[in-house]
Design a protein around this ligand. Structure first.
Ligand SMILES: Cc1cc2nc3c(=O)[nH]c(=O)nc-3n(C[C@H](O)[C@H](O)[C@H](O)COP(=O)(O)O)c2cc1C
Ligand code: SF4
Ligand code: SF4
Length: 260
């Protein structure tokens, strides 16, 4: 296989971006990063490796960081990334390039793709019109990215303004060690019918149902898949979320997330 896109997603935006890119470029395989990590899979020797993932707290999610050794081992001739975000890519792609270089690899091109926000503690994803506008802009940017990838062009990585990179990188560095424990704010309310979907969508195997109801086990990656995919909107985070709209990419199904 000449081209593999490795993706990570909480609410489907990055999966949709990965699929859209794969079909625009052609001859491309898709691989889920959490599934590859759980199964200890290596990346088949590919000349081109793409990484498509959400920006979390102005930087790389843990799952993606922990996967970079596997990427470097596959010795890609051309490695690119699409950092899917809600408007603040900040230093994420610079961080990715640095961490790949430390592992003896490199990032040839890095793109920021703005999609609706799934960070529910700060409100919902915006009106349907605003979401549609972001999807349309993302579709057209992905066509341009596909062209760059086909030609294997080397481009400067996209990044936010300097103030954002300085301030938010500091917040990322402080928050990162505490992310696994941030699940203290999750709870399941009385609407939970013990269906177990939250357990199955969690990429970190962080949720168990000891007495039928979910318990979070301090290995969280803050992807918000559990809360956003719960069919009964029974999962809350802090006090505000009962009133907030849930978000999942409209073209991504639960089957796409859990595989059956
Ligand atoms: C914990 C968390 C932190 C986030 N931090 C950022 C951020 O720093 N900058 C940003 O633009 N978007 C941020 N987002 C929004 C997501 O990057 C964005 O909604 C993305 O499209 C989600 O992709 P997914 O559906 O593939 O998970 C954050 C989302 C979550 C859940
Ligand atoms: S997905 Fe929702 S309803 Fe199903 S077990 Fe989890 S919290 Fe309960
Ligand atoms: S517990 Fe929820 S937010 Fe944390 S990693 Fe699992 S699905 Fe994501």
């Amino acid at each position: 296989m000449a081209h593999v896109i490795c993706y990570y997603t909480g609410t489907g935006n990055s999966l949709w971006a990965a699929r859209t890119l794969a079909s625009a470029v052609g001859g491309t395989d898709l691989a889920s990063i959490p599934a590859s990590r759980k199964e200890n899979k290596t990346i088949p020797q590919s000349s081109t490796v793409g990484l498509v993932f959400p920006v979390h707290i102005w930087g790389l999610p843990r799952t993606v960081r922990n996967f970079l050794g596997t990427v470097a081992e596959s010795k890609p001739e051309y490695c690119y990334a699409v950092a899917v975000n809600a408007g603040q890519v900040s230093n994420t792609l610079v961080q990715l390039r640095r961490e790949l270089r430390e592992k003896g690899s490199d990032l040839s091109s890095g793109f920021a793709l703005v999609m609706p926000s799934n960070y529910i503690p700060w409100g919902g994803p915006g009106s349907k019109e605003k979401q549609e506008a972001r999807f349309a802009a993302a579709r057209s940017k992905l066509s341009a990215i596909a062209e760059t990838i086909r030609k294997k062009e080397v481009r400067p990585v996209e990044k936010g303004p300097l103030w954002q990179r300085v301030l938010f990188t500091g917040i990322y560095d402080m928050s990162y060690p505490r992310v696994p424990e941030m699940d203290k704010s999750f709870r399941a309310d009385e609407k939970c019918n013990q269906c177990g979907i939250c357990v199955r969508v969690c990429p970190a195997d962080n949720i168990t149902l000891p007495d039928g109801k979910p318990v979070w086990n301090r290995r969280c990656e803050q992807c918000f898949a559990c809360l956003q995919w719960c069919p009964r909107e029974a999962i809350q985070y802090g006090k505000k979320t009962p009133g907030y709209e849930r978000y999942r990419h409209p073209e991504v199904t639960l089957k796409d997330m859990i595989g059956d």
